[in-house]
Write a protein that binds this ligand. Structure first.
Ligand code: FEO
Length: 168
């Protein structure tokens, strides 16, 4: 059984995860427009991961005998000017999501709600990976710059990313 507070916060996290998916899809659209299809692929796959995250919360809430609440949200930012800007924003966004999950874990621990603690452990580990991934790419984009061979090499690397829920 989930407390009202924990249930509310878990439901809010569904919204945050779906919002993340839309935000990353908007970033993918920018890269498509710039003909950087590998970068676009990276963010399309990231959006799929975020929907997968949202559905994990959805299932957990239902497994706890409660009803998941689906809401809308504000439009994500759509105007971007560079790859560096996008990876800075994506890293900032992942840090925000990490802090939300840490807050959720704090509540679960204060309430000694072991099912939630176990469930949230996966997300704590996932956020370490997500922040590291955005941070690495921000650093590489800064190093190679927006034009030239380096960005095309990076685009080729990112084209290979696939969504693999079994490995998630
Ligand atoms: Fe679902 Fe990127 O955090």
């Amino acid at each position: 059984m989930l407390s009202k507070n924990l249930l509310t916060k878990l439901n809010e996290q569904i919204t945050h995860e779906f919002y993340s998916a839309q935000y990353y899809l908007a970033m993918a659209a920018y890269f498509k427009k710039e003909d950087l299809d590998g970068f676009a692929n990276f963010f399309i796959v990231q959006a799929e991961e975020e929907r997968f995250h949202a559905m994990k919360y959805f299932e957990f809430i239902n497994d706890q005998g409660e009803e998941a609440i689906i809401t809308g949200f504000k439009d994500p930012k759509r105007e971007f000017t560079s790859a560096e800007e996008i990876f800075s924003l994506a890293l900032e966004h992942e840090k925000l999501v990490s802090s939300l999950i840490n807050d959720l874990m704090n509540i679960a621990q204060e309430e000694k709600h072991h099912p939630s603690i176990g469930f949230l452990q996966w997300f704590i580990a996932e956020q370490v990976e997500e922040e590291a991934s955005m941070s690495r790419l921000l650093s590489l984009v800064k190093r190679v710059g927006e034009q030239g061979h380096g960005i095309l090499m990076l685009d080729r690397e990112l084209a290979a990313r696939t969504f693999n829920p079994a490995a998630e």
